[in-house]
Design a protein around this ligand. Structure first.
Ligand SMILES: *Cc1c(COP(=O)(O)O)cnc(C)c1O
Length: 486
C-alpha cells in the first residue's frame, strides 16, 4: 500500500478532522451562548504562542489528528467569545453557527470572485447581492435581480474587503468625477473634502492615501452630539469657494461609529444637490436600517447620495469581512480607475461580469457567497428582526440608565450603539478608560470606549441577538463592583 504523503497532509483523515472540529465548535458555541463563561481571557501573546506549540507545528506540521484537534481546542480558548451575550464590543457581526459554511467551501475550492471565469457562482451571487442592495436604495434600473448588465445611468456596485477600502474606492470615484486628469497627472491642489470631524478615521486615511494631504479634509462644525451642523454648510462652502478651492466630496455618517447617531442625510443631500457636489454616505454600520420599516426613516435622503458604502460584516451578520460600494450612476464606477491590464481586462467577449476592473483588490474572496448565505440562513425577515431587536434592546438599556443616578448618557440612542459614563468615581471623567480596561481584564463582559467632544465614555454595541436587558443589568453590576476596586 502507498504510504500517506506527509507533505500533502495525507496522514490526516479529513473525516476525523471535520468531525472533531465540528464537535469542538459545537462545544464552544453552546458554552459561550449561555453567558456563564468569560467573554475574553486576556493573556500575553507569548503565552498563547507557547500554548499553541506554534514554533514546533510551524516547522513539523501536525503529526496527527489528535494534535490538530488539541491545537484547535487551545486556539478556541484564546478567542474573544462574541457568541457570549455579554459581548458588547466592537461593531463586528456575531455570526450564526452555520455562517462559516461558505468560508469552508471557499477554503476548499478557492474561487476568487473578481473574475467571473475564476468563480462563476461566487461572482453571480455578488451580482445578486449588489442588485438587492441597489433596490434597497431605489437605484436599481435593471429588469430583475438577475440583470447583471453594468448600467451607466442606473445604479451599480461591487463588494470589497471592508469599509476602509470601500471608503477609499468611493472617494477615488469622487476624485475621478471632479478631476479626471488626476489619474495620470497627479492631484490638482484645489480639492477638499467636507465632513463631520466624527467621520470614521478611514475617511481621513483615504484622503491622505489619495495624495490630497490630510489638510484637504475640512471638518464641518458639529452639534454637541457630533452630528453635522447642517446650517454651517453654506458658510463653510462660500469660504472654500472664496479661497479658490473646489469640494471633491461631502461625507455624511449613517451612523457615526462612536455615537451611533445618524447625520441629517436629507438636508445634507439637498445642499449637495443645490451646489452640484459629490455626496458620499458612509453607511458602513447603519445603512442596514434600510431593511427595517421601523428605522428606515433615519436614512431618509440616502438615495440623494452619489456613493454609499455598506458593511455586511456589521449588521448583516456576515463574518468579517464584506462591504458593498454602491454608486447611483454606474458611469462613476467605470471611470474611477483608468487602467488596462492585458491579461485581465478584456472588454468584449466576456461571459458574465468581472468586478476586477473596479476594485482596489486584484484577487478577492467569494464575498457575494457569504453575504448571500446570511440571507439564506435568516431570510430577509430574520435580518430585519435582528436589526429591530438590537436597536430595541439598546433603547431599553438607555431608558434603564435614565433611572440610574449613578450613570449618565449624553444623548438618546438611534441605533444599537450607546455611550455612557459611570459617574460615581472620584475623577469620573478621567477614569472611564481605566474602568473599561479593568472590566475587560476581568473578562465577564466586553465593551469598548470612545471620545465624544474630547470627553471619554464607555460604549456598548449590541451585536448579539441573545443579549437582553438582564445582561445589561449584569453589566451595570460589574461596572459598579469593578469601579469600587479601582
Ligand atoms: C466600521 C466603520 C468603518 C470601517 O469599516 P471596516 O469594515 O472596519 O474597515 C467605516 N465607517 C464607519 C462609519 C464605520 O462604522
Amino acid at each position: 500500500m502507498k504510504e500517506p504523503q506527509r507533505w500533502e497532509a495525507e496522514h490526516l483523515s479529513p473525516e476525523t478532522v471535520v468531525q472533531g472540529v465540528h464537535s469542538l465548535l459545537e462545544d464552544y458555541f453552546s458554552a459561550s451562548k449561555t453567558g456563564t463563561d468569560k467573554v475574553l481571557q486576556q493573556v500575553p501573546p507569548r503565552q498563547i504562542a507557547e500554548a499553541l506549540d506554534s514554533a514546533d507545528i510551524l516547522s513539523q506540521g501536525f503529526a496527527s489528528e489528535e494534535q490538530l484537534l488539541e491545537f484547535i481546542r487551545i486556539y478556541l480558548q484564546h478567542t474573544n467569545h462574541l457568541n457570549n451575550p455579554k459581548y458588547f464590543g466592537h461593531q463586528v457581526a456575531v455570526p450564526h453557527q452555520l455562517s462559516g459554511i461558505p468560508e469552508w467551501i471557499h477554503g476548499v475550492i478557492n474561487n476568487p470572485s473578481s473574475l467571473y471565469e475564476m468563480g462563476p457562482a461566487g461572482a453571480t451571487l455578488e451580482g445578486v447581492m449588489i442588485n438587492y442592495l441597489l433596490q434597497k436604495l431605489d437605484w436599481f434600473t435593471g429588469t430583475d435581480l438577475y440583470d447583471f448588465k453594468l448600467q451607466s445611468e442606473g445604479g451599480s456596485g461591487f463588494l470589497t474587503h471592508g469599509g476602509s477600502v470601500a471608503n477609499l474606492s468611493a472617494l477615488a470615484a469622487a476624485r475621478a468625477a471632479i478631476a479626471p486628469e488626476a489619474w495620470n497627472e497627479g492631484n490638482p491642489d484645489d480639492l477638499v473634502v467636507l465632513g463631520p470631524a466624527s467621520s470614521h478615521y478611514s475617511i481621513g486615511r483615504a484622503i491622505s492615501l489619495l495624495g490630497l494631504g490630510k489638510k484637504a479634509f475640512v471638518p464641518v462644525p458639529v452639534l454637541a452630539n457630533e452630528k453635522m451642523k447642517v446650517d454651517a454648510l453654506e458658510s463653510i462652502y462660500s469660504e472654500i469657494k472664496n479661497s479658490g478651492k473646489r469640494v471633491m466630496a461631502v461625507v455624511a455618517n449613517a451612523c457615526a461609529t462612536s455615537t451611533g447617531l445618524y447625520d441629517n442625510l436629507k438636508a445634507i443631500g439637498d445642499f449637495c444637490q443645490k451646489h452640484g457636489l459629490w455626496y458620499h454616505v458612509d453607511g458602513a454600520h447603519g445603512a442596514a436600517a434600510l431593511l427595517s420599516p421601523i428605522h428606515r426613516s433615519k436614512l431618509d435622503g440616502i438615495t440623494q447620495a452619489d456613493s454609499v458604502i455598506w458593511d455586511a460584516h456589521k449588521m448583516m451578520r456576515v463574518p468579517a469581512l464584506c462591504t458593498a460600494v454602491l454608486f447611483k450612476k454606474g458611469i462613476h464606477q467605470r471611470s474611477a480607475f483608468q487602467q488596462k491590464g492585458s491579461y485581465v481586462f478584456h472588454e468584449n467577449d466576456v461571459v458574465g461580469m468581472d468586478s476586477m476592473p473596479y476594485t482596489i483588490e486584484c484577487t478577492k474572496s467569494a464575498l457575494g457567497t457569504k453575504f448571500f448565505w446570511s440571507f439564506a440562513l435568516h431570510g430577509e425577515q430574520g435580518l430585519t428582526r435582528f436589526i429591530d431587536t438590537t436597536f430595541a434592546v439598546t433603547h431599553a438599556f438607555y431608558q434603564l440608565l435614565q433611572n440610574r443616578p449613578d450613570f449618565h448618557c449624553p444623548f438618546a440612542t438611534e441605533s444599537n450603539i450607546l455611550c455612557f459614563q459611570y459617574t460615581q468615581m472620584e475623577q469620573h471623567l478621567h477614569q472611564q478608560l481605566a474602568l473599561r480596561y479593568a472590566l475587560i481584564n476581568k473578562g465577564d463582559v466586553y465593551l469598548t470606549s470612545c471620545e465624544i467632544q474630547g470627553e471619554r465614555y464607555l460604549r456598548v454595541v449590541f451585536m448579539n441577538s441573545r443579549t437582553t436587558l438582564e445582561h445589561c443589568e449584569e453589566l451595570l453590576k460589574s461596572i459598579v463592583q469593578t469601579a469600587s476596586s479601582l
